[in-house]
Design a protein. Structure first.
Length: 337
């Protein structure tokens, strides 16, 4: 039996592990993706997983510039106290009039892979329309850097960005923290840290298929075991890399696994989306519900038949287009306030 801290879903053997179906169009894409990404991840596979992969190709400077729509610069800034400096990739729309909105982006990769370019093209699509400056943080990865290293890197980058908002052409009152998968979990943790440390103020947080709960014991985690992208076994690998033997135990920090937070009040307006056919479905839905229960603002989308990361891996699918439209709509509204 696992701990019953807020947000947990104790395992119930009476709950059938029948998985929901994948969207038909996405199922076809998943067949191809499954040939390029191993379904099962173990700690000894991390090095191989960090190599370039056809399913998630490296993002080039040319892609980021989008035909001259953005200027890009890499900036080394101070990291957490006693730790190395961190790299921020700053993407500024050409001809943008300051002060602009800012999107602080935290990449995904299960806490163990990826860099500050992963997932960034999608963010730049939003930023091009919204005329927003994007800052994407390079954080240290587990297991080489366990908790709290990754989240403290992300927080240090946010603190620097907010403190230098004027220099970057960013309106400090319109900064959104955004991330997908592990980046969504880190974005949620950074929002908790910002609340608990008294700043920086955030206009909103955007959590896409977020990795929130190290306990890995929800009905959706059991339903999707061995299926889709980033199943229960892969999730255990990612959390174990970050937390070691503490994973799933009683003493995990909410800044490592935000589902552990006892109090979700005082958070900025939140966007959460997730697929119905993925490991993170139930923890994402629970997180949104707990924000509402604490008197907060949250918009939740559960995309029927979506697998983990579907909108990035199959962007042309109808469901992916609907997901992207909902993300843009929400950003327009929160940044117009």
């Amino acid at each position: 039996m696992t701990t019953s801290l807020p947000g947990s879903a104790p395992e119930d053997s009476a709950i059938p592990a029948v998985p929901p179906p994948f969207d038909l169009e996405l199922a076809a894409a998943l067949t191809v993706i499954s040939e390029q990404i191993p379904r099962e991840f173990t700690l000894d596979m991390i090095s191989a997983m960090r190599q370039p992969n056809a399913a998630i190709p490296p993002v080039t400077d040319e892609e980021l510039r989008k035909g001259g729509a953005f200027g890009i610069t890499e900036r080394q800034v101070p990291g957490p106290a006693g730790s190395p400096g961190i790299s921020l990739l700053i993407c500024r729309p050409a001809g943008v009039v300051a002060p602009a909105a800012g999107i602080y982006h935290i990449h995904g990769g299960g806490m163990i892979i990826g860099d500050n370019r992963l997932g960034l093209p999608q963010v730049l699509d939003w930023a091009e329309e919204l005329r927003a400056v994007v800052v994407s943080v390079e954080y240290r990865l587990a297991p080489e850097t366990p908790h709290p290293g990754p989240v403290e890197d992300c927080y240090a980058g946010l603190a620097w960005t907010a403190a230098h908002a004027g220099e970057l052409g960013i309106d400090p009152d319109r900064i959104v923290v955004a991330g997908g998968s592990a980046g969504g979990g880190l974005a949620a943790a950074v929002a908790l840290l910002a609340r608990d440390r008294g700043g920086p103020a955030l206009a909103a947080q955007m959590l896409m298929c977020p990795m929130l709960d190290d306990r890995n014991d929800t009905p959706s985690s059991r339903q999707m075991a061995g299926l889709g992208v980033w199943d229960r076994a892969a999730n255990e690998t990612g959390w174990t890399a970050l937390l070691g033997a503490a994973r799933g135990g009683p003493d995990v920090s909410p800044y490592a696994a935000p589902a552990r937070a006892a109090d979700l009040s005082g958070l900025p307006p939140t966007f959460i989306d997730v697929g119905s056919a993925e490991t993170f479905r139930d923890e994402a839905v629970t997180y949104a519900s707990r924000i509402w229960q604490a008197g907060g603002i949250a918009e939740l989308h559960v995309w029927p038949g979506g697998f983990h990361g579907f909108s990035m891996m199959a962007p042309q699918a109808v469901l992916s287009q609907a997901s992207e439209a909902a993300q843009r709509s929400w950003l327009r509204r929160v940044l117009a306030r």
